[in-house]
Design a protein. Structure first.
Ligand code: APR
Ligand code: ZN
Length: 374
């Protein structure tokens, strides 16, 4: 039953960094062994896609970007056992093979089959399924969602409930687990605590929601774009700081506001300087700093080790530490049971053809997440 047809469809191709995406006709090959071809229904534009387009994070180009997507299985390759045509899925930039040492460890989620740290832009078998104008086009993190059809490895897809609204749940594929997991799994925020969140975009907003849900009594939000403040307050931020308008470094202001620093600090921007500021904003003796932002390729984090010596903890996680194929369908169930309301994290919706407008919104406006519909 494995299909052999090539699908011709529309996709947004990033030919180079620092240029708009170009809507092109592309050819999508049939899925090979262990792979699945998907019709993408919705796709979120994430800060990481923006970093890639701005050339800060290096991935092989030309590529079809986008890694946060909801779709329907069109066909499956030989050997695929957990998915069938018609199933609803979320694409996973971090797979879960359930066989490697990290997947098998109860605490691990950084699957050895990941394609994040040094992205190959290829499927696990080392080849691409996309062609445009006769040229090979790379995948992104084994996902590539800014296209009507994509191919992903079975281990990089989460099968979700048939009742899931596809234009809403795509954010549960990256933004929500990354932010929620940072709080619930990585930091383990405690009731009554003080939190500081650097960056009030998509990830930062999900972090704020989760801090509030964890019973944090004070949540300080830090962003240079004050248009993000009203939404952040609505989600639970109690104090907003714009570092560009402060007379002192932001960490000193946080220290003054709290007396001893925040119990938990989160960095959701992706800059070295704000990572260090986040670390210095948490309580010296027991503060926990979680960095979720992806720093520019090749950068080095540096600070005086005496910042850690008194007892601070510096942590990070990918996809919030969730084992993706196990954990993400559960978040979708929580959403369907109205235990979490992630709709508030989606502020803009655009037809796929307007993807460049979506990137512009993310960079300049009061946008938390823009979802493209295909
Ligand atoms: N200081 C404070 N805030 C900043 C600064 C700065 N120097 N620079 C940017 N910001 C703010 C932006 O105004 C924006 O609100 O950081 C926020 C980033 O949000 P998004 O662009 O929506 O990105 P998001 O999807 O949340 O991802 C954030 O996490 O997963 C990583 O790679 C991702 O590094 C990115 C980060
Ligand atoms: Zn694995």
């Amino acid at each position: 039953k494995t299909p052999s047809n090539v699908i011709t469809c529309k996709a947004a191709v990033a030919w180079t960094a620092n240029a708009p995406l170009s809507i092109e006709e592309v050819q999508v090959d049939p899925p090979k062994a262990g792979e699945v071809r998907i019709k993408i229904i919705s796709a979120g534009i994430c800060g990481t896609d923006n970093h890639i387009l701005e050339g800060k994070n290096k991935v092989p180009l030309p590529a079809i970007l986008g890694h946060e997507g909801a779709g329907i299985v069109e066909s499956v390759g030989p050997g695929v056992t957990t998915l069938k045509p018609g199933d609803k899925v979320l694409t996973l930039p971090l797979p879960e093979c359930r066989e490697c040492v990290y997947c098998l460890h109860p605490k691990g989620n950084f699957c050895k089959k990941e394609n994040i740290l040094s992205p190959t832009g290829l499927m696990l078998d080392g080849t691409s399924r996309f062609t445009c104008r006769g040229k090979k086009i790379y995948h992104l993190y084994g996902t590539s969602t800014f296209t009507e059809y994509t191919v992903a490895d079975e281990i990089a897809l989460a099968k979700i409930d048939d009742a899931a609204p596809m234009d809403k749940v795509c954010v549960l594929g990256c933004e929500v687990p990354t932010g929620f997991g940072a709080v619930f799994n990585t930091a383990q925020v405690t009731p009554g605590s003080t939190c500081v969140v650097f960056g009030l975009g998509g990830i930062g907003s999900a972090i704020v929601m989760a801090c509030k849900a964890s019973g944090a009594s004070r949540i300080i939000g830090v962003d240079i774009n004050e248009q993000k403040f009203p939404r952040a307050r609505a989600l639970g931020v109690t104090d907003c700081l714009n570092p560009n308008k402060l007379k002192k470094p932001v960490q000193e202001v946080v220290m003054e506001m709290t007396g001893i620093g925040a119990d938990f600090a989160f960095e959701a921007i992706g800059l070295i300087e704000t990572m260090v500021a986040a670390l210095k904003s948490c309580v010296m003796s027991y503060g926990v700093c979680v960095i979720m932002g992806v720093a520019p390729s090749g950068s080095q984090l540096s600070f005086d080790p005496a910042e850690l010596l008194p007892g601070r903890t510096l942590k990070s996680s990918v996809m919030g530490g969730y084992k993706t194929r196990d954990g993400i369908p559960k978040l979708v169930t929580d959403y369907l049971q109205k235990k979490i309301n992630t709709d508030v994290l989606i502020t803009h919706k655009l037809p796929f053809e307007k993807v460049n407008e979506g990137f512009k919104l993310l960079r300049e406006e009061n946008c938390i997440r823009c979802v493209l519909t295909l």
